[in-house]
Design a protein around this ligand. Structure first.
Ligand code: IPE
Ligand code: IPE
Ligand code: MG
Length: 233
């Protein structure tokens, strides 16, 4: 195993997107309630984001809350939103120090006003930076495509692939080279439907709260063993 202090990616791997799954199962397996799994999950999110930038990635995206997750019990939703809000309080300054652009992808209008204000403040304060941290909150890939189409129509722009890509929540962000999903499920669950057309998909049974930097290196090495053909030969 490579030394994680010196491990680096190259120009073939610019963006990794994570479907952080398995927080609930992690807690249940320990006889704890689901919120404990989400608490642990946020710590892992914070660490993995930093590790990705240390490894030299340009962009990282984390799926934190889907448009379908509103089906969960209100108390669980409240816990998740509270944790996201605490994350912003705790990590905003360090993202700015690290020169990372923070962006929420998803329908922010559906979020609590105080959370939305915190998000927008950090988005504004960090918008000049080159590295990108996208956090998907109230995000749905289908909603995003509909949103982008409506935006183009309202602006009187032609609907073509280039314009549509730029009208998505992710705007000019490079598309994900790899999508990593933890906790054994092998599906996208409405994540980055447009942007994942040629992403390499990596699935691991490790539950998100157990996901280590070594697990990340395993995934990256797997990525480098693949040959991306994009339909060519
Ligand atoms: C992922 O963990 C976090 C969110 C979807 C918010 P889950 O909460 O889905 O955990 P499991 O899949 O029930 O174990
Ligand atoms: C996907 O996980 C959403 C996030 C990780 C935020 P889910 O746990 O909601 O997905 P399903 O229900 O297993 O498809
Ligand atoms: Mg799940």
């Amino acid at each position: 195993m490579e030394n994680k202090n010196t491990f680096k990616v190259d120009e073939n791997l610019k963006h990794i997107a994570f479907i952080m799954d398995g927080n609930g199962r992690w807690a249940k397996a320990r006889g704890m309630e689901r919120p404990e799994g989400h608490k642990e999950g946020v710590k892992v999110f914070e660490r993995v984001a930093n590790t990705c930038f240390d490894f030299g990635l340009e962009a990282v995206t984390f799926y934190a809350f889907s448009t379908e997750n509103w089906k969960r019990p209100p108390a669980e939703i409240k816990t998740i939103m509270g944790l996201l809000s605490m994350y912003l309080d705790k990590c905003g300054d360090s993202l700015i120090k690290r020169e990372v652009r923070f962006r929420v992808i998803g329908d922010k209008a559906g979020l609590d006003k105080s959370l939305r204000n915190k998000i927008e403040k950090l988005e504004n304060e960090s918008k000049q930076f080159g590295k990108t941290l996208n956090v998907a909150i109230n995000y749905g890939g289908r909603d995003e495509i509909v949103y982008a189409c409506k935006k183009l129509v309202n602006e009187g722009k032609e609907i073509n692939k280039e314009n549509l890509s730029l009208a998505l929540y992710t705007e000019d962000c490079v598309e994900p080279d790899m999508i990593i999903r933890t906790a054994g499920e092998r599906r996208l669950s409405n994540f980055l439907l447009w942007q994942s057309s040629y992403s390499e998909l990596y699935f691991t049974d490790v539950l998100w709260p157990d996901f280590t930097d070594e697990d990340l290196i395993l995934a990256i090495n797997d990525f480098y063993s693949r040959r991306r053909r994009y339909g060519g030969l």
